[in-house]
Each structure stands twice: as C-alpha cells, then as structure tokens.
Write a protein that binds this ligand. Structure first.
Ligand code: ZN
Ligand code: ZN
Length: 358
C-alpha cells in the first residue's frame, strides 16, 4: 500500500464487489485510470482507490492523477490535496487540477496557496494554470503580477487567459485595463462582454456600457444560455424566455411573484446588462426571463418547501440573476446550489459562497 493509500484509507470501502473491475481479468494501471476518468462520486472513487491498492497500481502517476481529480470532483478537496502532497515530484498538471478545483468552488486562498507552492517548486504554469488562478485574485496587485508573468511566458494572448485577465481587471474595477484586453480580442465572447458591462455598471459608467452594448450587439456570437434544474430525479431544461414547459403559466406567475418580492427588497433590475437596443421596460422583461430565473421559478413550484434547489447553467450567471438568486434564497428560506460555467454558487439566506466574485 502506498503512503497515499495509508492516509486516505478512511474513505476506502472494505469490499469492491460493485466496482465491476475484478471480472475483467488483470487490473492494470491503465484500466484503473480509465475507470477513474469522469468519476465524480466519493463512493465510486473510494471503491476504485481500494481496487487500485489491492492490484498494487496505486502510486502509478496516471492513477494518482485521476484519483486526485476524482476526489476533487466528488467534493473531497482535502483528499485531493493529500494525494497531491504525497505524489513524488508532482507536475504542473497535478497542481493545475488542484488549483482549478479550489478556485472554481470559491476557495480562493487555497487556490492561490497551491499556485504559490507550485511556483516555489520551479514548475512553469500553463494557460490552464493561469486561467484557473486568475479568478482567485481579488486584488489587482497579484492579478497584475500574473498578467506580467503571462506575458513573459507568451500566454497572455491565449483566449482563456485573456478572458480570465479581463475578468480579473473588471472585478478589481480597472475598467481601462479590462477594456484594453477586450478591444484586442479578435472575437470577444459573451462572457467577456458581460464582465465588461458588469464592470462599467459597478462603476456607474453607464455611457461606456451603452456604447459597448451598441457597438457589439450585432457582432457577438452568443451561445444560448441554458439552465437545467433537478426535480424528483428528473432534469428540466430552460432557455431564456422558454415557454415550452407544460406548467409555463404557473412558472411565469411564480416569476412575476419573484420579481415583486425582490423589488420589495430593494432590487433594481440591472438593465444595462441587456445588449439589445430596447426601451427600459422591455429590457426588464428580457432580464426577468433569463434561464436560471425560469429554472428557479420551476424549482419553487415543484419542490417541497425547504428543499434545496439545484441548477446547472452552461454559461456564466449575469450579475442580475446572481443578485436575484441571493434575494430569493433569503425570501424563501431555500438553499440554491447553482453551478455556472465557472464555479459553484451556494445561495443561502441572501448571500453566496462566491462572495460576489465569479
Ligand atoms: Zn441573468
Ligand atoms: Zn455566487
């Protein structure tokens, strides 16, 4: 048994009867690594870890890397880090995976500590390391240092790195630096546009926001946002303005009620986020039917009071939806677990675990 197995043994089940790996002959490192790919439940990861120990293939780098990733995916970041620490000479890939796992869950300090540890070992970051670390930078100083480093490594032009840099400057309130990156993007994605608009909105630079909306409204490739909500083991998908669900009438009544309630709490719809050239009322309507709001409305009418609402979205949440979901968690007393393109948000009692940085 390897040192790693000895440390994480408490999660190992005593039998691997249900792994289904023993029936297929010799258990090789490749086979275990293959089975671990995409594995995201703690029970299954523990089973495969136990099977790897019995077969003597724990300690294989591919197996260890995938175990680290599987423990992180199943929520046991502590075990993922333990495995990383026990891996002899971990490479950039091991660290990047751990940094991404922490940063995407809003554990920013831990993500940055891992980055610092990695750099301390003389390992060179990849574009993925940088784009995973930048969302963890709250202050501009560290973000600027990483930007300089990205330049030195000739990675600043990588589209993921550039998007992450733009987000970092936008969050930090340096609209000029964010805009400079934005203007250099050959094909700015909607994520970058939203980050830019949010930045302008926060700073009250509404003219800039309007100018950007108008300038880019025609040219931006917009992937349709889609939110999926889990109700009674079934998954229901919504796109913005969706009216295809059989309970559409009830969903829209709930949506209206949500709108009234959040306004009573002082919420002002962030209509400057709407890219189209519409009047205020139409912009409010466009915002109100964002897919994640529809998913929450459906969650509210179709689950028992007090039940957690779970939503997954393919894009980043806009700041209006983020603000509304926070208030809804407070008003209804519901916990809302929301996974967007970048990270997990746990909305509880009016606040979010991302600390409003996402
Ligand atoms: Zn939204
Ligand atoms: Zn959040």
């Amino acid at each position: 048994m390897s040192a790693a197995a000895a440390v994480v043994q408490p999660v190992l089940p005593s039998s691997s009867a249900s792994t289904g790996v023993q029936q297929h002959g010799v258990l090789t490192a490749d086979r275990v690594a293959g089975l671990l790919t995409g594995c995201a439940t703690l029970h299954r990861t523990g089973e495969l870890h136990a099977a790897a120990v019995r077969a003597g293939v724990d300690g294989d780098r591919a197996v260890d890397f995938r175990l680290q990733r599987a423990y992180a995916a199943s929520g046991r970041l502590d075990l993922a880090v333990t495995l990383l620490r026990l891996t002899p000479d971990p490479t950039t890939v091991f660290y990047t995976s751990a940094i991404h796992a922490h940063s995407s869950r809003g554990l920013h300090l831990a993500a940055l500590a891992l980055l610092s540890e990695m750099l301390g070992r003389g390992l060179i970051p990849t574009s993925h390391t940088l784009s995973s670390s930048l969302p963890a930078c709250h202050g501009l100083a560290l973000g600027r240092a990483l930007h300089a480093y990205a330049f030195k490594l000739a990675l600043a032009g990588d589209s993921y790195v550039a998007t992450a840099l733009l987000g970092m400057y936008a969050r930090g309130g340096d609209a000029d630096a964010a805009r400079a990156l934005f203007d250099e993007m050959p094909d700015p994605h909607v994520v970058s546009v939203t980050a830019m608009l949010t930045c302008y909105a926060k700073m009250g630079a509404l003219d800039d926001a309007r100018e950007l909306s108008m300038m880019k409204a025609s040219g931006i490739q917009k992937e349709p946002g889609c939110s999926a909500v889990e109700v009674g083991r079934k998954v229901y998908e919504f796109v913005a303005g969706d009216m295809s669900h059989p309970r559409t009438d009830e969903i829209y009544s709930m949506l209206e009620r949500m709108n009234e309630l959040v306004k009573e709490q002082g919420h002002v719809p962030q209509t400057e986020l709407v890219l189209h050239d519409l009047d205020e009322a139409s912009k409010e309507k466009a915002l109100a039917v964002h897919s994640e709001k529809l998913a929450v409305a459906f969650g509210l009418i179709s689950t028992a009071p007090g039940e957690t609402i779970k939503i997954v979205k393919n894009l980043r949440a806009c700041s209006d939806c983020h603000a509304v979901l926070k208030l809804i968690s407070k008003i209804t007393g519901r916990k809302i677990v929301f996974r967007d393109r970048n990270r997990f948000h746990h909305f509880v009692d009016g606040s979010c675990t991302c600390g409003d940085y996402w």
